[in-house]
Design a protein around this ligand. Sequence first.
Ligand code: G1P
Length: 297
Amino acid sequence: MRVQLLAGQYVALLVPWFGADWKKLMIRKCLFPAAGYGTRFLPATKAMPKEMLPIVDKPLIQYAVEEAYSAGLQHMAMVTGRGKRALEDHFDTSYELEQQIRGTAKERALDSTRQLIDTCSFAYTRQVEMKGLGHAILSGRPLIGDEAFAVVLADDLCLNPDGDPVLAQMVALYKQYRCSIVAIQEVPREDTRKYGVIAGEQIHEGIYRVDTMVEKPSPEDAPSNLAIIGRYILTPDIFDLIADTPPGTGGEIQVTDALMRQAQAGCVLAYKFKGLRFDCGSVEGFVEATNFCFKQR
Ligand code: G1P
């Protein structure tokens, strides 16, 4: 018997195929863990999210969202917590303010924010307990679903005045390798206890296939001085791995530990990015970033 398919049925047959493949090819979503308290900046962060601290006149979270946007990502997923409402308000229209500055010299001051609001989607969920970066990422699972995604830690400000932003470099690499990728940079040995540290075989200039990954090791125990900085591309199997990861360093659920298991089971890459990184979670890094951005203007 000949089975006659209607045009719509052909489409229905094709969509799951294209849909599944397309999800593998593209990175569309970026997760921003933003629930932390920012105690290093008290009292400034008593009633204001640390991600709203401005570098010159733009909050850290906007630099982070702009970096994701310029890497081609349009769906912003934020994991927030109590006292973080200002993040949602920042990426929303403020009619009164826009009305107020219309026709004045400040009219263009909101353009960069406006463009993000008009072209991106913003979704929020709350991390109810502070149980570490791995736990924060897992809390974002309902906003991500079953597709590869980026993670940006807004207090690591990355700038590359001479070329592609760091996340764009990593998305290009993902298109080639299709596995989880962490950004790394060399740090002084005595600083390894501030970071996740990797070791592995260099398969290309600046690209390592990870075989070891340790969260905040002491300089004596560190497998190298290649430190993870706050840019990740993660394949969605990471969620089940995190869910199955017991608390590690500091009693927290560490994404580093879940990534280590992903590396053992398959492949994780570490990428020495091109550009600058400022640790805006520390006062020194914050001031350096401010000076740098001010001079750039
Ligand atoms: C987190 C990660 C760590 C990474 C760092 C980069 O640590 O757990 O592996 O090196 O971000 O900034 P945190 O700074 O949140 O303690």
